[in-house]
Design a protein around this ligand. Structure first.
Ligand code: PLP
Length: 345
């Protein structure tokens, strides 16, 4: 490992900047956690403010502030507010219900002049898949800017998941800063953050906001990321992945209902979540109604048939480019057996 920029790192940076609207410049980190953490630090440096507004049940990695009312694994195992996070850090984070324009308006009307950034996943992946209501992201951006703060999209999951590029580009709402991870490392450690040119000027050595990492942008991760993006660009598997996800999700719904189980499914493209409850899911309060015990039983039944689902009622089912129609059939067969055997609590 040679701790200096590598040719492949620059190639990956140029690829990301070309693919993602609003990503004028980009810096690498080793994880998604660091990408979000650094983007927040940058927003604070740019605005000279401290507060971060984020959304309940979202997961933005495990930096201290992001563990205030966190989703995904943190909420699954009951450590939504992790021990070890100092009160000073907690005081600088405001968590609001997702998809509620009025609460966001009211909050920013009161404390907007102290807010460095509004941080959101444009399509939430960590309280289950929860898409934004129509107009919600547009209004979020408007309100953030009216308050003089920045909009950060955490696209660690969403970038390159629904189409080739960011979900922000896909949905037509371009944030001031992005946090990226997962796909851009092709299975190796990789994160990145970046966005508006004038904001990125604050990053050291040009500006006074420091961020570094021995392995950030290392050539091995850069090559893996480039290779993955190359396959996605060449093969464009998105339509096929969407089709497989549609077949899987629609059939799961039918099967569950045929066996008398109340489930609802939120699906966006190739990602969906089966909630063990009947109502629609727009925020974390809705998502929490999904029956944890029933999910756990279902998970066990699926595992016994060789299907390993993500081990949380708040996680998504992701169809990958490697999945085939046969995999979907096999999964549906297992679902049929599982829902047949699933006993209500
Ligand atoms: C939306 C989102 N942000 C940030 C992270 C943190 O990324 P990492 O686990 O690479 O630190 C995750 C991880 O699951 C995530 O889903």
């Amino acid at each position: 490992m040679w701790g200096t920029p590598a040719v492949k790192e620059i190639e990956l940076a140029e690829t990301l900047v070309e693919d993602i609207r609003g990503l004028d410049q980009v810096r690498f980190t080793s994880t998604g956690t660091e990408a979000v953490m650094s983007a927040i630090r940058l927003a604070r440096a740019f605005t000279g403010r401290s507060l971060v507004v984020k959304f309940e049940g979202a997961y933005h990695g495990h930096s201290d502030g992001m563990l205030v009312k966190a989703g995904s694994g943190a909420s699954t195992v009951g450590t939504q507010d992790s021990l070890g996070v100092p009160p000073g850090v907690v005081n600088d984070v405001v968590s609001l219900p997702y998809n509620d324009v009025t609460i966001l308006e009211d909050t920013l009307a009161k404390i907007g002049d102290q807010v460095a950034c509004v941080l959101a996943e444009p399509i939430v992946g960590n309280m289950g898949i929860v898409p934004p209501r129509p107009g919600y992201l547009e209004r979020m951006k408007e309100l953030a800017h009216d308050a003089g703060s920045l909009l950060i999209f955490d696209e660690v999951i969403t970038a390159y998941r629904f189409h080739y590029g960011s979900a922000g580009s896909w949905l037509g709402v371009i944030p001031d800063l992005y946090a990226l991870g997962k796909a851009i490392g092709g299975g190796l450690p990789q994160g990145a953050y970046g966005g508006r040119h004038d904001v990125m000027q604050y990053v050291s050595p040009l500006g006074g906001m420091f961020q570094a990492g021995t392995l950030a942008g290392n050539p091995l991760s850069a090559v893996a990321g480039l290779a993955t993006l190359d396959v996605l660009r060449q093969e464009n598997p998105y339509e096929r992945m969407d089709r497989l996800a549609t077949v899987l999700a629609e059939n799961i719904l039918d099967i569950a209902r045929n066996f008398g189980h109340a489930v609802s499914i939120n699906r966006v493209g190739s990602a969906f979540t089966v909630f063990f409850q009947e109502g629609a899911v727009y925020d974390y309060d809705d998502a929490k109604k999904s029956d944890a015990t029933l999910f756990a039983k279902f998970h066990r039944l699926m595992l016994e048939q060789g299907i390993y689902l993500a081990p949380s009622r708040f996680e998504a089912w992701f169809i990958s480019a490697a999945h085939s129609a046969r995999d979907i059939d096999r999964t549906l067969e297992a679902c049929r057996k599982s829902f047949r055997q699933l006993k209500p609590n």
